[in-house]
Design a protein around this ligand. Structure first.
Ligand code: ADP
Length: 489
């Protein structure tokens, strides 16, 4: 029943409002009742004062001077207020009551009938009035019941009690009116508020239904679709914007993935085609010489190695993307690592009459993954050798910086055309596709992507600092996140 947010919101809203209004109504009713009764009681006290003052005056004027009943009767005649009855008791016995007055005097001008004075009424009023602090009693009865007030006094040396009964009919009518008003006002307000709340919730949550429907329609092929942002300032607008940004990232990731797969299949096609072609040629002619077979097998081996390298690079990058490539950081000396890498490429460089020099800036302790850092340096050096003509020079320099260590790999090759500077770290990108594709010197365009990822996996950077007709310079900055304490062996 309450599965939708708007129904739940309305329910809670109406529930809280009902409790609040009920509590408020009870408090209002209680306050009004108390103040009205206090006013009635104050009126009774005033009436008793005035009655007794008149009684005193009558006693002092009257003949005989000790006829309390006559004086009280006279006082009652002077105090015939609507809805009020009087009784004077002496020694627990009724001396005189307003019942004895002529009917015209009692009720002639009264719209509100006076309460009836009966023995039971008097007993109920007088008997419990033991404490002088509580001289009031409310008696249930017809037309709202009565309020009685008992006051002791002494007249002609006789202890007497004055009992005044006030009809509670006007008060009970007022209370009934208040109850009726609150009785319809509270449910009406709740209904109105619930309907308004439901309408507002419906109106404000309408974009959610729209967003749900649209989000449902977005699939792999429609990832470029976006949710409508109706009000960018409110919570739902911000949610839609966040969702759209998530879609942007997903779209980009999907696009990158699609391009990666397309580029990868494209790259793999060339060596595979060579493998297929070469093996078909070798097998088609049964009269081939052993030298010819050897030549074919060498081509097959070369392409198989190339294939293995591309697959290995792709695997590295896909594991890196998934955050699954382990980076095993250990204390190491970067200057030693550089010297080893330079040493291992010297044979390759010598084949092209290229000299590789190392310029060391002293000890460079660092915490890093040795095999990954070696791979990064070899990729840079391998590129430098590949793209530097015979007789060229390569220089690897290292130095310590306030943040950690810096390595530069410089060559005096022909450089990278300026328009490709921003793209050389893209996967499968090669500045000279025609020159390198299918050429034994050219790679698949993954070397720099991997080198950059390795630098970043060490919280460092790899940048192309300069590349022009005089050569190319790559710079690696690695922060010394954990300085090593190991001693050089
Ligand atoms: P590849 O496997 O093709 O070398 P990389 O990602 O290592 O792929 O390099 C991308 C491209 O950047 C290369 O194809 C080449 O055009 C260019 N490049 C990289 N290093 C150098 C360099 N030292 N000198 C000139 N061009 C370079």
């Amino acid at each position: 029943m309450f599965s939708s947010i708007r129904a739940r919101l309305t329910f809670w809203y109406a529930g809280v409002l009902t409790c609040t209004l009920l509590l408020l109504s009870l408090v209002i009713y209680w306050i009004v009742k108390r103040s009205v009764m206090a006013r009635t009681d104050a009126g009774l006290v005033e009436l008793a004062d005035s009655f007794l003052a008149t009684l005193d005056a009558e006693l002092s004027d009257a003949t005989p001077a000790n006829d309390v009943a006559a004086a009280a009767r006279q006082s009652m005649l002077e105090h015939h207020y609507p809805g009020h009855s009087f009784a004077v008791l002496s020694g627990g016995r009724l001396l005189v009551s307003s019942e004895e007055l002529p009917a015209t005097a009692r009720e002639a001008r009264h719209t509100e009938p006076n309460p009836t004075i009966s023995t039971e009424t008097l007993e109920s009023c007088v008997a419990p009035a033991k404490s002088p602090e509580d001289p009031f009693r409310s008696l249930r009865g017809r037309r709202g019941g009565v309020r009685c007030y008992v006051r002791g006094f002494t007249a002609a040396r006789t202890p007497c009690q004055l009992v005044i009964l006030a009809s509670l009919h006007p008060e009970s009518e007022l209370f009934a009116r208040l109850r009726t008003t609150l009785g319809w006002l509270v449910p009406f307000t709740i209904l109105l508020a619930a309907a308004g709340g439901y309408f507002l919730a419906r109106k404000n949550l309408a974009p959610v239904a729209d967003m749900t429907a649209r989000a449902d329609r977005i699939g792999e092929s429609t990832l470029h679709d976006r949710l409508t942002v109706q009000n960018p300032g409110d919570e739902l607008g911000r949610l839609a914007s966040t969702f759209n940004r998530l879609l942007d990232r997903l779209d980009l990731a999907f696009e990158r993935q699609r391009r990666f797969i397309a580029d990868a299949s494209h790259e793999l096609r060339t060596p595979l085609a060579i493998l297929q072609g070469e093996s078909e040629v070798a097998l088609s002619n049964p009269t081939r010489s052993p030298d010819e077979y050897r030549e074919s097998l060498t081509v097959l081996q070369h392409e198989a190695r190339r294939l293995a390298r591309i697959v290995e690079d792709m695997f590295t990058l896909s594991r890196a993307d998934a955050g699954q490539y382990p980076v095993d950081r250990r204390p190491l000396y970067l200057d030693e690592l550089i010297a080893e890498c330079a040493h291992s490429v010297r044979t390759l460089a010598a084949a092209k009459s290229i000299t590789v020099s190392v310029q060391s800036g002293g000890e460079l302790p660092l915490s890093g993954d040795e095999s990954l850092l070696t791979r990064m340096l070899l990729n840079l050096l391998d590129n430098a050798i590949k793209y530097t003509p015979a007789g060229g020079k390569i220089n690897v320099a290292s130095s310590s910086t306030p943040a950690g260590a810096q390595i530069t790999v410089a060559d005096n090759g022909s450089g990278i055309p300026r328009e490709f500077h921003s793209r050389i770290f893209e996967r499968f990108f090669r500045a000279d596709q025609a020159r390198t594709r299918g050429n034994s010197a050219g790679g698949a365009g993954l070397g720099l992507s991997i080198a950059k990822w390795i630098a970043e996996a060490h919280q460092g950077t790899l940048t192309l600092t300069r590349s022009d007709a005089t050569g190319t310079l790559f710079t690696v900055n690695l922060p010394a996140t954990t300085s090593t304490t190991s001693q050089r062996g």
